[in-house]
Design a protein around this ligand. Structure first.
Ligand code: CP
Ligand code: NVA
Length: 299
């Protein structure tokens, strides 16, 4: 059966951990200048219906570093964007490439695509989840602080796609997730029900950060929510990760953000650019984590 990576819980904890360990090895080998042509003659199609810096560069560079090829396909340029059915596109594109990475506005489109694809589908961000980012985040935490098992993480801000995947990660890697959101911006109720044993819902950001090992946030308005920007800025004004919040966490606590970030909104400049911030390593690790994911899916 074709393996897909649409949500973090598509893979067992064991397989997720193997991918992360492999990513750490690949990173060392890459930095040592070792050549790895494991994906020679393989092609990855990258379908983008939204903007991207990290995801596009990391998948494209990753395929090149593994001896393969990546094909950038913007919705603006392909027939899918002009109304060709998802099912037809899936059959045709998957008949020509070895794996497909998709960034979509509607999560269900990935499921439909996967049902008709003959090759692995990777979710490169949907309105519901962002599993590739969590591979990099978990890898980053492990490199920096060791196992996340039994630790407590604070998610501050919007109960969005990233928050949902952190909820799945809490179960997969066995940590507690304190989620602080303004009222009305909580994560999806289905996720709350499914991951209830691993999460605590808060309405106060400072309380949620009490004694935690890692503080994570994301933009207040995700892609596609630009019209809500003004309203969200008001609603989220007490949810900025700043020194006051970080001081409530453990002294050795780390800070992460998937990026792009808005300094002065969801995070203060001194936190994201400060010594507890792991954001640059976290961004770089997208490359290594996804190379390991591609090797796993294509092996
Ligand atoms: N974090 C992340 O997915 O970044 P991009 O939107 O730049 O790909
Ligand atoms: N929540 C953000 C993440 C971007 C990587 C968005 O969906 O735009």
């Amino acid at each position: 059966m074709t393996k897909h990576f649409i949500n973090l819980d598509d893979l067992s904890t064991n397989d997720l951990q193997k991918i992360i360990d492999q990513a750490i090895t690949l990173k060392k080998q890459h930095k040592a200048g070792e050549i790895n042509n494991s994906l020679k003659n393989k092609t990855l199609a990258m379908l983008f219906d939204k903007s991207s810096t990290r995801t596009r560069v990391s998948f494209e560079a990753g395929m090149a570093q593994l001896g393969g090829h990546a094909l950038f396909l913007s919705n603006k340029d392909i027939q899918l964007g002009r109304g060709e059915p998802i099912t037809d596109s899936a059959i045709v594109i998957s008949s020509m490439v070895d794996a497909i990475m998709m960034r979509v506005s509607f999560h269900d489109d990935i499921n439909t695509f996967a049902q008709h694809s003959s090759v692995p589908i990777i979710n490169a961000l949907s309105d519901e989840s962002h599993p590739c980012q969590l591979l990099a985040d978990m890898m980053t935490y492990q490199e920096h602080s060791g196992s996340i098992k039994g630790k407590t993480v604070a998610w501050i801000g919007d109960g969005n796609n990233m928050c949902h995947t952190y909820m799945q990660a809490a179960k997969a890697f066995n940590f507690t997730l304190n989620i602080a959101t303004p009222e009305g911006y909580e994560p999806d109720q289905n996720f709350i029900n499914q991951y209830a044993d691993y999460i605590n819902l808060h309405t106060n950001a400072k309380t949620a950060c009490e004694g935690v090992d890692l503080v994570v946030t994301d933009v207040w308005a995700s892609m596609g929510q630009e019209v809500e920007q003004k309203r969200r800025k008001l609603a989220f004004k007490d949810f900025q990760v700043n020194t006051e919040l970080m001081n409530n966490a453990k002294p050795e606590a780390a800070f992460m953000h998937c990026l792009p970030a808005h300094r002065g909104e969801e995070v203060s400049a001194n936190v994201i650019d400060g010594k507890q911030s792991l954001v640059w390593n976290e961004a770089e690790n997208r490359l290594h984590a996804q190379k390991a994911l591609l090797l796993y899916l294509l092996s």
